[in-house]
Design a protein around this ligand. Structure first.
Ligand SMILES: [Zn+2]
Length: 119
């Protein structure tokens, strides 16, 4: 059975980019192998400071190198933009990815915040 970590893994990179691009109203440009950039949706950004990359754990991550100076995973972004909780964010992404047999976690593990500053 897929876990919440599977939903944000590199296996779904393209779908996560599609979802995030629509959610944040940004267009990602490739800048390398599995690396993308766009304007940051969270601050006035003329420098394309927003990054998407895959970390050492095969997880798709988002990071702002500018004013925000912090990171997010796709669930953080869904919760922020859709103003929903963690369980609902997982449900929405699972549905978008077409993952049927998924049971959401009730709480977001703290380790997921490894490169972010706690919100
Ligand atoms: Zn930013």
């Amino acid at each position: 059975m897929p876990t919440y970590r599977d939903l944000k893994s590199v296996a779904y990179l393209e779908a996560i980019l599609n979802y995030a691009g629509r959610l944040l109203n940004v267009e990602f440009q490739p800048i390398g192998k599995m690396r993308f950039r766009s304007a940051c949706p969270f601050h006035a950004d003329a420098r394309n400071s927003f990054r998407v990359y895959v970390d050492g754990g095969d997880e798709v991550r988002f990071h702002c190198l500018g004013e925000c100076a912090r990171g997010w995973d796709i669930f953080d972004l869904i919760m922020l933009r859709e103003r929903c909780g963690f369980i609902e964010a997982q449900r929405r992404l699972a549905e978008f990815l077409g993952v049927a047999d998924f049971i959401p976690l009730t709480e977001k593990p703290l380790s997921a915040e490894k490169d972010g500053h706690a919100a």
